[in-house]
Ligand binder design. Sequence first.
Ligand SMILES: Nc1ncnc2c1ncn2[C@@H]1O[C@H](COP(=O)(O)OP(=O)(O)OP(=O)(O)O)[C@@H](O)[C@H]1O
Ligand SMILES: O=P(O)(O)OC[C@H]1O[C@H](OP(=O)(O)OP(=O)(O)O)[C@H](O)[C@@H]1O
Ligand SMILES: [Mg+2]
Length: 283
Amino acid sequence: MIRLAIQKSGRLSEDSLSLIRECGISFVSSSYKLKTEATNFPLEILYLRDDDIPGYVQDGVADLGVVGQNVLVEAGLPELEVEPLGFSKCRLSLAVPRGEAYASVADLQGKNIATSYPQILGTYLAGHGVQANLHTISGSVEIAPSIGLADAICDIVSSGSTLLGNGLREVETVFRSEAVLIANRSLSAEKQNLLEQLQFRMQAVRRARRNKYIVLNAPVASLDAVKALLPGIKSPTVTPLAEQGWVSVQSVVNEDDFWHVTDQLKAVGAEGILVLPIEKMIS
Ligand SMILES: Nc1ncnc2c1ncn2[C@@H]1O[C@H](COP(=O)(O)OP(=O)(O)OP(=O)(O)O)[C@@H](O)[C@H]1O
Ligand SMILES: O=P(O)(O)OC[C@H]1O[C@H](OP(=O)(O)OP(=O)(O)O)[C@H](O)[C@@H]1O
Ligand SMILES: [Mg+2]
């Protein structure tokens, strides 16, 4: 049995649960239970506050965990990271009141900065030769300047709407974060094997999320141009259509390239372009 700690409720919670399910692992989750067991994989899930997860994994109370890199590095345990998971992407940024003059981080010398991440911010400021007074608060950091608690803040930013709503503007990105899988550094051989199975499945799910299956019809004359646009995993599948001079081409396209490739496919005469989600991709 391997024990995985995930966030009980909050920004990481839903994505963590759906990732485990997309790995083909079934379990019953309920808001009042603090732990549950998978029915088809030797996995026990613990539901915790995300701030507590790095410590539990470091101490071996949990073997694995899902947590933001911001929390992991703030806890001083970056070495526990084993796999980036691609969700809950955000950044830790310095922000000052919108009307405030700001030329560079040197302007924060001697100033009061409110943050929930004193370790990460301290390292950043030291790296820029700036000494400032850090005030650690655990939440609602964005109101600190307006209540006279600080001249600036360092907090999580994603869309920027919280900063905007509090009359602040982002001036420096201090740290970029995404959700990661973390693991205790002294797992037994059996648990290490279970971790590798989980990582294999998570990588297959993530690869599938990044790619789409594409099917289209193209004139034979354009086949070389289409194949160049859709190299696929090994090579695109080409099957002749009933109509002479036309073929059906099936391949895989990276989500990020999709619209650009589609425009080019249309330009070389492709028609009937269908895009389908991929459930798993095992390379
Ligand atoms: N606005 C956001 N956009 C993207 N990711 C975010 C955002 N806010 C937080 N995160 C990421 O999600 C993680 C959890 O955020 P959340 O706000 O749920 O934490 P929390 O309020 O401290 O929850 P808990 O009660 O579990 O401590 C953060 O550590 C960060 O990695
Ligand atoms: O840049 P934005 O998209 O506005 O996101 C940033 C906000 O998101 C997080 O708060 P959350 O929404 O999780 O609420 P919380 O303060 O209760 O954690 C974080 O603490 C910021 O306040
Ligand atoms: Mg929060």
